[in-house]
Ligand binder design. Structure first.
Ligand SMILES: [Zn+2]
Length: 304
């Protein structure tokens, strides 16, 4: 079964962590958004539901920080499986209660801070730890694994290897690039283009958590490196990371303006678009609306 088609546009959800923050859920580090499963499951389901109601055709589990390694920093390492399964169940319930259908993507984030590539563990450790989280996501019932916000070459390849073993034919990978270094440069200095030949079994390849303003040039570069049959995912951020590793939301990019950027990403070759940190249900609703209005005008030379 093909989950993602290069001939269709799929709308993803927006940020979950920053949206929980707006609803007053305690997201202090190191647990961050993993707190929501136990402390605010109804609010988490509500956030998923807001995105579904806004028109998202795929939502992402709140498992960005449910690796055993992340939870161990708060003394909850043994809770990884339970919290991961709980996150999948809550998201699945939101989909079941929604009148429209949607895919459920299981989020797998870097093992250490996304913006600190030097902390990334070695290949074998990464492979093993990502594989454990992915097994729990698949057992919980996600439709597809989403390896996201990847910032180093070796951990990306380790996670991709684990995904191909645990969830063959149902995984994709998305990178958080160093926008200041030009198109296609990972935060460890490696070139994304060098990794792509090893990622051709993915269901999609994407870029996320770069600023909405710099995403377009990244997508044009990625499209030039990939066969037309490989779907591209794009979800940018709005705001910035603070010193403590939290996220400062700003209104610097309003939903309608973000949606215009998303239409540019589609023109540049993306066909799965949504929002990362700082985006809201209003952002996703604006993308949906722009898509319904404008998709007929989008040049689709890369589509058939
Ligand atoms: Zn983000």
């Amino acid at each position: 079964m093909t989950l993602f088609s290069p001939n269709e546009i799929l709308v993803l959800d927006g940020a979950t962590g920053t949206e929980l923050d707006r609803l007053g859920v305690d997201l202090s580090m190191p647990l961050w958004s993993a707190r929501a499963m136990d402390e605010a499951p109804d609010k988490l389901k509500h956030v998923h539901r807001l995105y579904l109601d806004a028109g998202a055709g795929a939502i992402i589990t709140n498992t960005f920080r449910t690796h055993e390694r992340s939870l161990a920093k708060a003394g909850f390492g043994a809770e990884s499986r339970r919290l991961t399964r709980s996150a999948v169940s809550i998201a699945r319930e939101a989909i079941q209660e929604s009148p429209s259908s949607a895919l459920l993507l299981g989020s797998v984030a870097p093992l250490e801070d996304c913006y600190s590539p030097e902390l990334s563990p070695d290949f074998d450790t990464s492979h093993e730890e990502h594989g454990r989280l992915m097994s729990d996501l698949v057992a919980g019932g996600v439709d597809c694994i989403l390896i996201e916000t990847m910032c180093t070459a070796h951990e990306s390849l380790a996670a991709a290897k684990a995904a191909a073993e645990v969830s063959p034919g149902r995984w994709g990978i998305s990178f958080c690039l160093d926008s200041d270094a030009g198109p296609g440069v990972l935060q460890d200095g490696g070139k994304l283009a060098d990794l792509l030949p090893e990622l051709m079994e993915a269901s999609f390849i994407g870029i996320n958590c770069v600023s909405a303003t710099s995403m377009g040039s990244q997508i044009r570069h990625l499209r030039s490196c990939l066969p037309e049959t490989m779907p591209i995912m794009a979800y940018g951020n709005v705001g910035y990371a603070d010193e403590e590793g939290g996220w400062v939301s700003t209104d610097a990019i309003e939903p309608q303006r973000y949606a215009r950027y998303a239409m540019e990403w589609i023109e540049s070759g993306a066909n799965i678009v949504g929002g990362c940190c700082g985006t809201t249900p209003a952002t996703i609703a604006a993308i949906r609306e722009a898509l319904d209005d404008q998709v007929a005008d989008v040049p689709k030379s890369w589509l058939q």
